[in-house]
Write a protein that binds this ligand. Structure first.
Ligand code: G3P
Length: 226
C-alpha cells in the first residue's frame, strides 16, 4: 500500500450509509483524495463492494474492502471472494469489523488469504485481549474499536485512552511488526491528535465524517492538529 511515512493513517469506513453509497461514495472518496493531496495524510477508503471498482478507477488513494470471506474460488454463492475485490481494485481489507465479526480460525484464514494476494489486512478488535490475540496472527494492522463507542460520537482516544495505550504496548511486546490503529467515535482534530499521542498510527472512522454536513470540511478539521 502506498504511504507517506511519518503522517497518520486515516481509514474512512463507508459502512452502509446512504450518504456513502453509489454516486455519493465516489464524491466522498474524491474528498478524501483532496484532503490527502492537501495535507499529506494517508487517507484510505473502505466503500461497499459494489462501489470498489468505480472508486478505485477514479482515485489514487488506497481502496480497501470492508470484509473478505476466506473462501477459495468455486461454489460459495453470496461470499466475498478475495480475488474478486482485489481485481475490482481493493489493495487491502478490513477483517472482523464489529459489525461483521468472524470466528478466530476464519480471521486467521482471511489474513493469510489477503497476504497471499498481496493485500493489506486491518483486523478490527473490541478490547485489549482480542487485540493481543489478533497480533499473533500477523496482520498488517490491528484496529481497536470498543463497540459501545462506535457511532456514539464519544471518541475512544479521549474517553478510554488507557485502552488504546495498553493495546499499543501489548501488541508491540508480542509482535512489533503489527501496526496499531484505533477507532470509534473519532471525528475531530483533537480526537486524532489524542490517538497519535497514545501511540496509535492512525484511526478508523465513519459516522463523524460521513454524516457531517460537509464531509471534506470535517476531514480537514480532523487532520488540522497534526
Ligand atoms: O470502522 C469504523 C468504526 O466502526 C467507527 O465508527 O461511526 O464511531 O466512527 P464511528
Amino acid at each position: 500500500m502506498m504511504e507517506n511515512k511519518g503522517t497518520p493513517i486515516v481509514i474512512l469506513n463507508f459502512k452502509t450509509y446512504l450518504e456513502s453509497t453509489g454516486e455519493k461514495a465516489l464524491k466522498l472518496a474524491k474528498s478524501c483524495q483532496n484532503v490527502a493531496e492537501e495535507t499529506g495524510v494517508n487517507m484510505m477508503v473502505a466503500p461497499q463492494y459494489g462501489d470498489i471498482y468505480r472508486i478505485s478507477q477514479e482515485v489514487e488513494i488506497p481502496v480497501l474492502a470492508q470484509h473478505i470471506d476466506p473462501v477459495d474460488a468455486g461454489g460459495h454463492t453470496g461470499s466475498v471472494l478475495p480475488e474478486c475485490v482485489k481485481e475490482a481494485g481493493a489493495v487491502g481489507t478490513l477483517i472482523n469489523h464489529s459489525e461483521q465479526r468472524m470466528q478466530l480460525f476464519n480471521i486467521d484464514a482471511a489474513i493469510k488469504k489477503a497476504f497471499s494476494l498481496g493485500m493489506s489486512s486491518v483486523v478490527c478488535t473490541n478490547n485489549i485481549e482480542t487485540s493481543t490475540a489478533a497480533a499473533t496472527l500477523n496482520p498488517d494492522f490491528v484496529a481497536i474499536e470498543p463497540p459501545e463507542l462506535i457511532g456514539s460520537g464519544i471518541p475512544v482516544s479521549q474517553a478510554e485512552p488507557e485502552i488504546v495505550e495498553k493495546t499499543v504496548e501489548m501488541i508491540h511486546n508480542i509482535n512489533p511488526q503489527v501496526r496499531v490503529l484505533c477507532g470509534a467515535g473519532i471525528s475531530t482534530g483533537d480526537d486524532l491528535k489524542a490517538a497519535i499521542d497514545l501511540g496509535s498510527e492512525g484511526v478508523l472512522l465513519a459516522s463523524g465524517i460521513i454524516l457531517a454536513d460537509d464531509p471534506q470540511k470535517a476531514l480537514l478539521d480532523l487532520v488540522s492538529k497534526i
